[in-house]
Design a protein around this ligand. Structure first.
Ligand SMILES: NC(=O)c1ccc[n+]([C@@H]2O[C@H](COP(=O)([O-])OP(=O)(O)OC[C@H]3O[C@@H](n4cnc5c(N)ncnc54)[C@H](OP(=O)(O)O)[C@@H]3O)[C@@H](O)[C@H]2O)c1
Length: 450
């Protein structure tokens, strides 16, 4: 059995026997884990294997807890199914790694109200009710830290909140969902269809049995809403951010993208821009999670497999890139333990820091002005390009290029039209007409070229 040593050299297993705070070791910080799954068990590993930390795991909560017990934690750790055991204990920090919205939200409110701080990895919870929980934490002079909720082990939340606090950030973009990045990388590298790449990702544990949250962009937009709050100080609801699925991407799209010097990634983008007819800054938040073409030279194009990358752009410091493992028990647990240490440090200094309040409530739109990629699958016949060009020109859209891979089957002919810069809404308007044309085998795939 491994046990922690506190600063007096005493085993934390012995020190934690009362399950509570010890007056003679004021610097010790007692920790309860709520949820003992992938992340929770990795947090426990780090807490009990890393020596010379003053963090002491005293409680582990999980439903049906008997089947969760392990022999590598100190015997003094109290295993429980009852949140009241945690609330009534001398625990200083409650680590929520069980996920979901309920009973999680209620429990976190009760934890804060009982005078304990919270560390959570739960992006859905923070995206859903982060501001209310932060306000409660402030009111109770406690802290709530959520560094692991976005990009797993990549310290992007603390980087935006502290490292870049001196800048005025106006843009955050990145790859926030490792499952989508893995699937797109597989289609690109192996030339397989989307369904095959998804099945492979599920087999290897990179995708859930129900992958909807990931592939439809809902997971990434919850993370983007959190980043917009922390980095751009915008009060934005996840549901107000447009999310588009990666499921229509095909191997042929990577071939065409490559011909344009690009690749395809699921890109999360949030950018504050001044309203065009006023001088005031930050009136509109352009935000979306969608598959998009990115230049091969961009750092976004080079993100491999299930990794995450975030690029933050500020008025004074320019671009700063954060990258690394966006998921997985150990990388995520590192972010959780870093948050626990931050809470412990602040408690020791007597500061009751809670995350900075949001300042702006901009209108949110996905109507980006970019170049566009339109990929058609048609039954080949004369006059197709002319029909499409007529509709596009009636909508005031200029064609930039037309590409067609040679040797494709006539009944399923994929070809590409790229458009000069214009608003996405203009293209959507044209596509409403185009998608009813009888030579289309399937609806046109429309991607922005970033
Ligand atoms: N895994 C990652 O790579 C990763 C990365 C970043 C953030 N996160 C976030 O971290 C959190 C935990 O993720 P995870 O992957 O560790 O999940 P997980 O493996 O499913 O672990 C969750 C644990 O909580 C327990 N639990 C769930 N609901 C409960 C309830 N109502 N009462 C008591 N116990 C309950 C589960 O028990 P059972 O065994 O009975 O299900 C399980 O042991 C989530 O919010 C997730 O979004 C995860």
């Amino acid at each position: 059995m491994t046990s922690n040593l506190d600063s007096t050299g005493r085993s934390s297993a012995a020190g934690a026997q009362d399950g509570g705070r010890q007056d003679d070791c004021a610097q010790n910080c007692n920790v309860a884990l709520v949820g003992f799954g992938t992340v929770g068990s990795s947090v426990a590993r780090i807490l009990c294997e890393r020596s010379n930390t003053h963090l002491r795991l005293t409680h582990v909560l999980n439903r049906n807890v008997a089947r969760k017990k392990v022999d590598w934690l100190p015997s003094s750790v109290q295993w429980t199914e009852n949140i009241d055991d945690v609330l009534s204990s001398g625990v200083d920090v409650v680590v929520e790694v069980m996920g979901g919205l309920q009973p999680t939200e209620d429990w976190i409110r009760r934890v804060l109200a009982s005078g304990k701080s919270v560390v959570t990895a739960n992006k859905q919870l923070i995206a859903h009710c982060g501001p209310e929980l932060i306000a409660l934490a402030r009111q109770m002079k406690q802290q709530i830290q959520f560094g692991a909720s976005v990009a797993g082990g990549v310290p992007v939340i603390s980087g935006l909140h502290e490292g870049l606090a001196g800048d005025e950030l106006f843009k955050i973009c990145g790859i926030l969902n490792g499952t989508c990045n893995y699937i797109l990388s597989q289609i690109e590298t192996n030339g397989v269809p989307f369904a095959t790449a998804l099945r492979e990702a599920q087999k290897l544990g990179f995708a859930e049995a129900d992958p909807t949250e990931d592939i439809d962009g809902l997971d990434a937009r919850a993370k983007l809403a959190i980043l917009a709050r922390v980095g751009l100080h915008c009060d934005v609801k996840a549901t107000s951010i447009v999310a588009r699925s990666i499921s229509a991407i095909d191997a042929v799209d990577f071939q065409y993208a490559n011909q344009l010097g690009c690749t395809i990634r699921q890109i999360s983008w949030a950018e504050l821009r001044p309203e065009s007819n006023t001088k005031s800054k930050g009136d509109i938040l352009f935000a979306a999670v969608q598959p998009a073409l990115v230049e091969l030279s961009s750092p976004l194009a080079r993100v491999e497999g299930s990794k995450n990358l975030v690029v933050a752009t500020g008025t004074y410091g320019g671009e700063t890139v954060f990258g690394g493992h966006g998921a997985g028990g150990h990388p995520t647990a590192v972010a959780v333990v870093s948050d626990i240490l931050a809470v412990a440090r602040a408690r020791q200094c007597g500061t009751s820091y809670a995350a900075q309040p949001v300042e702006k409530t901009p209108a949110v739109t996905a109507d980006f002005t970019t170049k566009h990629y339109l990929r058609f699958l048609v039954k080949d016949r004369p006059g197709i390009i002319a029909s499409l060009a007529t509709i596009l020109s009636h909508c005031g859209i200029n064609i930039d290029s037309v590409l067609q891979k040679p040797g494709c089957p006539k009944p399923h002919l994929p070809f590409l039209i790229t458009l000069e810069e214009c608003k996405a809404s203009l293209v959507d308007q044209a596509l409403q007409q185009i998608n009813s044309l009888d030579f289309l085998v399937q609806p046109c795939l429309h991607l922005p070229i970033l």
